[in-house]
Design a binder for this molecule. Structure first.
Ligand code: AVJ
Length: 330
């Protein structure tokens, strides 16, 4: 058994669920930061309130094409997806600000089939807000939220049936390609035969375009990247000075992924009391903070083998920047 961490800055009484989330975070941060040669941090910890806000800002940057491209694809095709799957329940993983979900809810409402909405989201404040906003705007539906991450907590969605599951924004790119098989298998387990799973997939493209999307001129992505250190400071009592680190993001053409890192600008030694770790870095040493994997139709479809899911439709924009993949549970 892990002893629960002692944290000095406690703002409110923590629930058992929050205690559990903190214990998980401690274990993951300790495992990641002690990894060599390249220490890493799980990218889900970007998303405290400030991080979620910074990501919202990223989605509006001229260089960051995924959000507006996916929005256009869904605006054009949500109704036909709803017709193909004819769901009574809409479920979403990592719902975030929850704008794109409305294309589907509106189409379901128009067909008088909207019965329930289920959101799984890591940021509890965001989740509460989304649930209450959706409940107000779609009073005919039963709206529920579950706090959790889309890898370990998928099972919390419960058994499927007349379900359309959404996993938008290209967030699937945060999984290592080797994790996709098990992830699809777990997703298939919360779907009944005939249920739909719509996945947003960022596509392999001109490396310069990818590079620009993760190295924006205004430096919002850099601030978003460094924010993960503030999250460790706030939740684990860590002593990071974010200005000791610079943002780095590059495209690895062989692996077909964007990698984000934080590079130490000077020698640093940071104590993280709650995780019982002291991180020592030399100038130039890096911490990996995110993978954002890019796919082609072929490389994506290859990961579906023996998962219980088949690729039914592949919808893209005219420039082939982004795809919405409609998967069907067999
Ligand atoms: C939310 C995972 C889709 O990978 O593009 C944006 C996160 N990171 N800029 C992505 C992100 C840096 C984003 N996802």
């Amino acid at each position: 058994m892990h002893q629960l961490p002692v944290v000095r800055r406690v703002d409110a009484v923590r629930t058992r669920r929050q205690e559990q989330a903190l214990a998980t975070m401690v274990a993951e941060v300790r495992a990641g930061l002690t990894r060599r040669p390249l220490p890493e941090l799980p990218c889900k910890y970007f998303y405290d309130e400030r991080g979620s806000q910074l990501f919202e800002e990223i989605t509006q940057l001229p260089e960051y094409y995924p959000t507006r491209t996916e929005t256009a694809i869904l605006a054009a095709h949500a109704a036909e997806i709803v017709d193909a799957v004819s769901p009574r329940e809409l479920a979403e993983l990592g719902s975030g600000a929850g704008r794109k979900i409305r294309f589907f809810l509106d189409a379901m409402r128009a067909r008088r089939r909207l019965e329930s909405v289920l959101l799984l989201e890591i940021n509890e404040a965001y989740l509460r807000e989304s649930v209450s906003r959706l409940q107000t705007d779609y009073p005919e539906a039963r709206v529920r939220g579950v706090t959790g991450d889309f890898v370990s907590d998928l099972g919390a969605l419960g058994p499927g049936g007349d379900r359309l599951l959404l996993f938008l924004a290209g967030t699937i790119g945060n999984l290592h390609p080797a994790e996709l098989g098990p992830f699809f298998h777990a997703a298939a387990a919360v779907l009944a035969p005939g249920d739909g799973f719509l996945v947003g997939v960022d596509l392999v493209k001109d490396p310069a375009r990818l590079h620009a999307a993760y190295n924006d001129a205004r430096g919002v992505t850099a601030e978003f990247n460094r924010n993960i250190l503030r999250v460790l400071n706030a939740r684990l009592g860590a002593g990071f000075d974010p200005s000791d680190f610079e943002h780095r993001a590059f495209y690895d053409a062989e692996r077909q992924w964007i990698e984000m890192r934080l590079r130490a600008l000077r020698r640093v030694s940071v104590r993280i009391p709650a995780a019982d770790v002291t991180l020592r870095l030399e100038e130039g040493d890096e911490i990996r903070t995110e993978l954002s994997c890019k796919y082609t139709r072929e490389s994506f479809a290859a990961r579906l083998r023996r998962s219980g899911l088949v690729l039914e439709r592949w919808l893209t924009d005219p420039e082939k920047l982004f795809a919405s993949a409609l998967l069907r549970r067999t």
